[in-house]
Design a protein around this ligand. Structure first.
Ligand SMILES: Cc1cc2nc3c(=O)[nH]c(=O)nc-3n(C[C@H](O)[C@H](O)[C@H](O)COP(=O)(O)OP(=O)(O)OC[C@H]3O[C@@H](n4cnc5c(N)ncnc54)[C@H](O)[C@@H]3O)c2cc1C
Length: 386
């Protein structure tokens, strides 16, 4: 077992870090101020630089590298801004991977290469007003009629809602109750019958537009079926990779906060000496470091154990849950260590704390992950309804 990155991985990480610091850091504050997502030209630049679809197969326009390589880039980008990292996240671990894995060849060719080049952004729409943690209560439904799929219902909290070019929509595709009736379809943003709610005002995630989606007899070609009824388990398996991406977005808030604060405490002086000279500050710094390192190792283990496939549910849930928790803690400590400057909107630290919080709700709340972890540990499924 070797915990070091190889030469190519180190070079990719360094290139991503350099690009993020030079190109993205100057845009981060403006993204936060306006709430506007990264410009299309910028996303296409990511594609030209080889930062999209890193772990997507080369035949679909990706780089064909492993999951670890993708996560290395996501962390470096997200240290500067989660919003500016979001297209990388979507292209490497997001819903497009379900299309690459499960859809028919026509849809794959239509969508995946264009996501890898930055031409398309694809979002996932699972949650509904009455189906959050209880996702299998979802009621949005697609029926086959006259050679098309007709979609009706509404979705909530879609990151990318109103902005993305296409949506992977979880829906009922048969009369079977619960998970058995659930599959997924692809909906183009211009599909007739699709409309969007008002942009959400979230605590963080500025620069990641979010809205409800409404489907009113929205007609889709049959080849837009990604997974038929009965494929919910497969969708969740693909989601194990998204969990590693979610964990990395959270980790990046913590590791970025730690880098910034380590510098700050050496510069800021109180009582005639740098903050770093106080032992209480040293202990806090060490605790932050331990948590960041442990989270990264859990994420990397889940990724490396499935470099070209889908991570294990126990490893990915453990990584997500731990990274979600420590991201909140570490960013909270960093805000505290920067005193008034940590709490000021003029500096990025408070943004990190707000963004860190969201990753512990998005992609499955922390406590739900813990139920998944216990279930996987014991080889059981804990039915929350009984
Ligand atoms: C920033 C952000 C981005 C998101 N992006 C997307 C997206 O792109 N696409 C999408 O489809 N959805 C998205 N979501 C929605 C997200 O998946 C849901 O918010 C999440 O699954 C929780 O559902 P809920 O909000 O309905 O909370 P609820 O299900 O009502 O749960 C609220 C709380 O109750 C507790 N709880 C609920 N059930 C249990 C249980 N069985 N055991 C123990 N505790 C429990 C948990 O503490 C939980 O946090 C996003 C959410 C956020 C905050």
């Amino acid at each position: 077992m070797d915990f070091r990155l190889n030469e190519d991985q180190s070079a990719l990480q360094a290139a991503a870090r350099r690009y993020a610091r030079e190109r993205l850091l100057p845009l981060a504050a403006e993204t936060e101020r306006t709430g506007a997502p990264p410009a299309r030209e910028l996303v296409q630049e990511y594609g030209q630089m080889g930062f999209l679809g890193i772990n997507v197969a080369a035949r679909y326009g990706g780089l064909g590298l492993g999951n670890l390589e993708a996560l290395l880039v996501i962390e470096e980008f997200a240290k500067c801004s989660a919003a500016l990292a979001f297209p990388v996240f979507e292209s490497c671990v997001g819903p497009v991977r379900a299309i690459e894995r499960f859809a028919n060849e026509t849809l794959r060719q239509q969508v995946v290469p264009r996501v890898c080049s930055g031409e398309l952004v694809v979002a996932v729409s699972m949650s509904e007003a009455q189906a959050g943690s209880a996702l299998t209560d979802l009621t949005t439904r697609a029926e086959q009629r006259d050679g098309v799929l007709v979609l009706n219902g509404s979705k909530r909290w879609c990151s990318g809602g109103g902005h993305a070019d296409g949506y992977v929509v979880y829906c009922r595709l048969s009369d079977e109750p619960g998970a058995k009736g659930i599959g997924a379809v692809y909906v183009d943003r211009h599909a007739k019958g699709l409309s969007f709610g008002a942009p959400e005002e979230l605590m963080g995630f500025r620069g990641v537009p979010s809205s409800d989606l409404y489907f009113d007899n929205c007609a889709l070609p049959l080849e837009n079926l990604i997974v038929p009824a009965g494929g919910f388990r497969r969708l969740m398996e693909a989601f194990d990779l998204e969990r590693c991406g979610n964990a990395t977005m959270g980790l990046a808030q913590a590791s970025g906060a730690l880098e910034d604060v380590a510098q700050y405490i050496q510069e800021r002086r109180q009582f005639g000496k740098p903050l770093a000279d106080f032992q209480a500050v040293q202990l806090r710094l060490a605790e932050m470091h331990m948590k960041v390192e442990a989270a990264r190792l859990l994420i990397w283990r889940a990724a490396v154990n499935a470099q070209h496939g889908l991570p294990d549910v126990l490893e990915s849930s453990t990584a997500k849950c731990f990274a979600n928790e420590i991201a909140r803690e570490v960013c909270g400590h960093a805000v505290q260590l920067m005193g008034g400057y940590g709490y000021s909107r003029q500096f990025p630290m408070e943004r990190r704390l707000r963004d860190a919080w969201g990753w512990g709700i998005a992609g499955g709340a922390i406590d739900i992950q813990k139920v998944n972890i216990a279930g996987a540990m014991l080889g059981r499924r804990f039915d929350q309804r009984r």
